[in-house]
Write a protein that binds this ligand. Structure first.
Ligand SMILES: [Zn+2]
Length: 296
């Protein structure tokens, strides 16, 4: 890694654009954020991105972590869903290099978060790792030797769309029974709401469990089992050293414990050396991963 470098980083999410200066030690300074205003579309999001980036000085390159499928060679958005209309096709790298006159690199947010963890977080000791993030859907990334495995089109790692229950409910992607339909945070909250309309998020769910609600704990256990199905498949395919689990729910020790127990129960003896860990960088993982694009 080259020394004494400062990278201006931004993480473009559906709600916020976060930005900061990151140095080669992974120290984050001058953290700022603004609303993405994603509903106003890709060109407007790029305006907001340029606006926040232009408030910084004293950097030699820009790293961008962004929602959507990214061609990281060209620094373009291959595909973004309706959360950011007209973002598909945006030439992020070219536009920002023209505006700021420094080298720009762009990576998908899930891959960037995994890179952040691999360089500066819970994965810094591992030579290979898988990372899964449980939220609205299930995001996935594969890293071999701290490089993202991209696949033919740069979009490998859609673990959320492994088919786990072929006869199951419809997924956003058009198929039935995808992993994320059962294992996302959304899935757990949906089931909890059906049980009790007051259980509208993870916080309420864990509050109910800590108050002794056995029925709610049962839902969490069923969800952990769904999470384990995907992990067991991945463990048997990749024989990974490390699997990092991210997302708000996973910060609850009980959730992590149940998932690990269910996963080990279904994993072949010879694959048990895999380590399961919480991702450690929280919502700074994307920024740090964006920095690593230039620091490696
Ligand atoms: Zn799907």
């Amino acid at each position: 890694m080259k020394q004494d470098r400062t990278i201006l980083c931004a993480d473009v999410g559906g709600t916020k654009i976060k930005a900061a200066l990151v140095n080669e030690k992974g120290q984050v300074e001058d953290f700022r954020e603004i609303s993405t205003e994603a509903h106003l579309g890709g060109p407007h999001v790029m305006l907001n991105l340029r606006k926040i980036l232009s408030t910084y000085k004293g950097y030699e390159a820009i790293g961008i972590s962004t929602a959507g499928q990214v061609d990281s060679e060209k620094g373009e958005i291959l595909y973004a869903n309706e959360n950011i209309p007209r973002y598909t096709g945006t030439k992020v790298k070219v536009m920002l290099e023209e505006a700021f006159q420094v080298p720009v690199k762009v990576e998908n947010d899930v891959n960037a978060a995994a890179l952040g963890e691999a360089y500066f977080g819970a994965g810094s000791e591992a030579k290979d790792l898988l990372m899964l993030t449980y939220g609205t859907g299930v995001g996935g990334a594969l890293l071999f030797g701290k490089e993202v495995y991209k696949g033919r089109d740069g979009i490998a790692g859609e673990f959320g769309h492994m088919v786990i229950h072929p006869e199951g409910a419809l997924c956003n992607c058009g198929q039935k029974g995808c992993y994320e339909v059962f294992a996302s945070t959304t899935a757990l909250v949906r089931n909890a709401k059906a049980l009790d309309e007051h259980l509208t998020d993870g916080k309420e769910i864990f509050k109910a469990i800590h108050e002794g609600r056995e029925d709610v704990r049962g839902l969490l256990e069923a969800w952990a089992k769904e999470v384990s199905y995907g992990l067991v498949n991945l463990i048997h395919i990749f024989n990974p050293s490390l699997i990092l689990l991210g997302g708000g729910l996973l910060e609850q020790p009980l959730a992590f414990e149940l998932i690990e127990k269910e996963t080990r129960k279904r994993t072949m003896e010879s694959f048990q050396k895999v380590v399961l860990k919480n991702a450690s960088l929280g919502n700074q993982a994307g920024l740090l991963g964006a920095a690593s694009l230039h620091l490696k």
